[in-house]
Design a protein around this ligand. Sequence first.
Ligand code: GLU
Length: 303
Amino acid sequence: MDYQAVLEDIYTQVIATKDKGTPASYIPELAHIDVNNFGLYLQKNTGEVYGVGQYQTKFSIQSISKVLALALASSMEDNAILERVDVEPSGHPFNQLALIEVENGIPRNPFINSGAIVIADILVSRLQNPKADFLNYVREITGDTTIDYDLKVAASEKATGHRNFAAAYLLKSFGNLKNNVDVVLDFYFHQCALHMSCEQISRAFHLFANRGICKNSVLRLTERKVKRINAIMLTCGFYDEAGEFAFEVGLPGKSGVGGGIVALKPNDFVISVWSPGLNKRGNSKLGMFALEQFTTKTQLSIF
Ligand code: GLU
């Protein structure tokens, strides 16, 4: 299979598409990104890599970071996480508040904002220097010390993240947030503001395609935990469009409002895409299209 030719064909189609979606505007710092950016990067477990467009340009990975935060928390805690966060798709937007109230402060899953805020709380409790330690974890599993937070994006979200403050206070009222709301959200906003390229994201996610062993050959997560996190990506990784993504693409993955999507096939590959224009559900419009084309052309889905 000539993967480079497949990616180039997808790139040609994307470039020719007029409606490229709309960047997220509720985080002001993300609103100005040019929707003409596009990067696509395939990393096979065997070591071959293929890329087109701006696959080395860094962008705000936003909710993609929730998978890395869950992986680090899972490596330190076992079933205790499941007492505080469920593993069911929410069928609602990522920033919905009503379910927290109805379900007594137990978020539906770790990838909606309320669930990710509980995971952030666990990391704040567990890590000595949460922001620095989490960054180091991402650098280590990627083997790349240039990865950093985009402090402007973190500040921009902190200034406007009213729904996340509301979610955190609601969680606190149910006893499902142990630390101070400001401290947890400061960590969460930085986590979401990780600035990475498609190439770096693919390297970071190698461990989920490689039974927990990351790029530098170190085992960071047991096979059982990798299986579970991949299952949550498949069922909950795309806001209230997880069904559509499984239907069209057929891979576990995670999107972010910065326009990135990462998807993987266990024991085979990781593929990352960046196209900042979003569809109505908050997923990258052309990112979804590109991945659908990839699994259609290569027949490499999990189904
Ligand atoms: N930091 C964003 C928020 O909390 C993440 C949203 C996303 O990428 O889905 O709203």
